[in-house]
Design a protein around this ligand. Structure first.
Ligand code: GLP
Length: 243
């Protein structure tokens, strides 16, 4: 794993955006795997800023997001579709039909999971996957205990995850109890992975990621076996390590 140590959230976001912009330039028809949460917001902001002042185009880019809450439609303010629209899609020239997220309101959720896997396969897999990390080591919404060989599936969110994400909802009760998430195997098959971590809250998770056992009890640990992962982390997130 390559590690880029930065001093701040701002710098982490700038580094991540730079890598994404470079890859899109190199391969205009790239498939980007995108993440939500607080961590990548700064990265998306930098991409939008760059789009406004450079010749960058996303016309041929396709995106697949990691996850979506079950029960929230794409126009729900807390849905991940809405998050992506607000933070990135509506600000750049990516055609709407090239942006994919699981449908959390699909009538047949099992079928929706299969459709999502098929979609990723038809696209030839993800070229560059952007990832955050949960405090319990989750990636996407793959909570501890999720099999490493999992594909897109339905997951019961842990109370701690619902609590952490309740800051985006009016109340804890309104945070959905389930989500559809790309599986760990699907994430692992991405050709390149960019993992972002910022702040003291992530220090324990980053310590376990780098020094702990590779185990399904800590989903992100599988990334140590991947040959092309770059972790961009600030000093606070690295503070439990010797780095
Ligand atoms: C959420 C998302 C993850 C994200 C993680 C960390 O539950 N499903 O994709 O990486 O939590 O979130 P944050 O970046 O807000 O700390």
């Amino acid at each position: 794993m390559d590690i880029i140590k930065v001093t701040s959230y701002e710098e982490m976001s700038a580094e991540a955006a730079k890598i994404i912009i470079d890859r899109v330039k190199e391969t205009p028809s790239i498939t980007l795997g995108l993440a939500t949460g607080g961590t990548p917001i700064g990265t998306y902001k930098k991409l939008v800023e760059d789009y406004g002042k450079s010749a960058a185009t996303y016309q041929h880019v396709s995106t697949v997001n990691l996850d979506e809450y079950i029960g929230l439609s794409g126009d729900h303010p807390q849905s991940y579709r809405m998050y992506m629209e607000n933070h990135l899609f509506k600000h750049i020239d990516i055609p709407a039909h090239q942006t994919y997220l699981p449908d959390g309101t699909a009538e047949n959720l099992m079928k929706e999971c299969q459709r999502y896997d098929q979609l990723i396969e038809n696209m030839g897999g993800v070229d560059l996957q952007l990832l955050g990390i949960g405090q319990n080591g989750h990636i996407g919404f793959n909570e501890p205990g999720t099999p490493f060989n999992s594909r897109t599936h339905i997951i019961d969110l842990m109370e701690s995850t619902r609590k952490a994400n309740s800051r985006y909802f009016p109340t804890l009760e309104s945070v959905p109890e389930q989500a559809i998430t790309m599986g760990i195997q699907s994430i692992f098959e991405s050709k390149e992975i960019l993992l972002l971590a910022s702040g003291q809250k992530k220090a324990e998770a980053i310590y376990k990621l780098l020094e702990g056992k590779i185990s399904e009890d800590f989903p992100a640990s599988i990334l140590r076996n991947h040959l092309n992962v770059t972790l961009i982390a600030d000093a606070a997130a690295l503070s439990h390590t010797d780095l």
